[in-house]
Design a binder for this molecule. Sequence first.
Ligand code: FE2
Length: 194
Amino acid sequence: MIFGSTSLARVEHVPWAHEVARRLLAEPLPGRWAHTQGVVRAAQSIAHVVRDDAEVLVCAAWLHDIGYAPDLAKTGFHPLDGARYLRDVEQAGGRLCRLVAHHSCAVIEAGNRGLAGELVDEFPAVEGLVADALTYCDMTTSPEGKPVGVEARLSEILDRYGDGSVVTDSIEQARSQIERSARVVADAMAKRRR
Ligand SMILES: [Fe+2]
């Protein structure tokens, strides 16, 4: 029997995602690895809010920054490099790849880098709470992996990259969407508590 490529797509599971991220980040980029572990803790703490998407959220948290790994960096735009690696090398599922490709409003920076067409053609954005939740987790975790407020996280990114950086410009443009994602997740958590 011949299987189509989609039937070979890897079923997401957290230990696999953890191991891929550890292998790619822990040694070459210990700072990113510390941040990643913090994002995963945030994802685990809110996973109940996304219900059936809990596993894909935690997997995406582990994998969202693997595009920074020196072995993967091709375009220099980490959401796209990471998503392509997951699709082409790890045969990860489509939704997981799409979440990584679009985490934290990546399409805005992609546009500023002339990569939005490629990003959206290859990885259509995931709609709904799970995408907001991933952005929330990334944007409430410091570079060292500690919990922070969204405003503090945005300020830290702006300070770190400085004026004239494509990252700075993109974060300024994405600010309202990131803040909206944080509100959506906070509302969902409040509803679950009632
Ligand atoms: Fe991140």
